[in-house]
Design a protein around this ligand. Sequence first.
Ligand SMILES: [Zn+2]
Length: 453
Amino acid sequence: MSASNSNFLLTGLTLSDGTSSDIQIAGGVITAIGKSLPKNSDDQVINFNGSVVLPGLVDLHTHLREPGKEDAETVLSGSMAAAKGGYVAISAMANTSPVADTAGVVEQVFALGQSAGFADVFPIGAVTQGLNGEALSEIGAMADSNARVRVFSDDGNCVHDPLVMRRALEYVKKFGGVIAQHAQEPSLTKGAQMNEGEISSRLGLKGWPAVAEEAIIARDVLLADHVQSRLHICHLTTAGGVEIIRWAKARGINVTAEVTPHHLLLTDESATSYDPIFKVNPPLRTHRDVEALREGLADGTIDIVATDHAPHPAENKECEWQEAAFGMLGLESALSIVNQTMVQTGLMNWESVADRMSYAPARIGRYENHGQKIAIGAPAHLTVINPTQTYRVDRDLVASRSRNTPFHGMELTGVIQGTFFRGLPTFLAGKLTSIHNPAIQSNGIQNEGGTAK
Ligand SMILES: [Zn+2]
């Protein structure tokens, strides 16, 4: 793209503090903010009619499936889903095949993200070799690689051995890294299918007790405190977990936590449909848990919203509940659900959304070029949402290569109007465009098999 068409004057925006404003972009950075900005001769003018502008969203928990499971998702298709959902940076979980436990794999994923050109893709390194929970992976080599990995996780698996967890926490301390724990005590969840409670007994599905999550969270905040390192808890789902994080933070323990959009909206009652689209790890919990999660996110006990976007091909979801894979799509609907559950309910304002979905995840991941306040001189990563417009989710229209969205057929409130990544629109007027190659658009969306590997 030549410099002449990369200058934009975005008008009719509402900033997170409620004031209306225009934003001017040139050369990938914000050059002016204010009311009725004068148009430069080479500006493309886009009017957003009062929609809310946020700093570009950052996801700390994304499964992109490449390398190894490209039938479910690729770095390219996942990046496109990200752009469509307002994200400018996503974090690729390590449970690929091969596992991202070496500098070679994380550099490959990082490079694929750069060439796709829809978002920065920051690989997460595995904590242990092959996610086996035993021997530490090449943490130092991944940290020193071109991918500059700072977040390490065995997500999908819990690092359940406390000594391995301790060593990992000690190791990442040297370079300011963080261990992101999938908190699930495996011996308490063998064969578990859904939240343990009244509904699991009624349905005859093996229950997954809250204590399996809470016991690991409690252990790990104590370990993090003991070795004075940094811990992040993935996808918190229980009221008790929120209480433990609150307690740990009050004691000054260096812990952060995330909640997914689906755990802010859905409950274990959805399992009564026996539709495995609602089967997810960790499981959907009770109304009481959902309330505690919303409250925890609003008061900052929970630091961020992270999608846990987990694509699966149809054959792994359209089957019996017991046989189905765990996981659901998240990138494209996340901001709508946060809008609906937190903003439209009055629990959170837009500045808090900017914090939970941009500033804080970028800070936790050490993504230096992201999560900055909208200001002159800041990189022009922007997300624009019309918070009152509604739409019906249609799984056949997702940008992701998989279709396992639990929100299919639901009406959601809040429609993404535009995503700007490094000053260029990756999603605008319903159209996805790579910052490198506008031609990627038609291939990636229309074509099931997709493009680019
Ligand atoms: Zn997980």
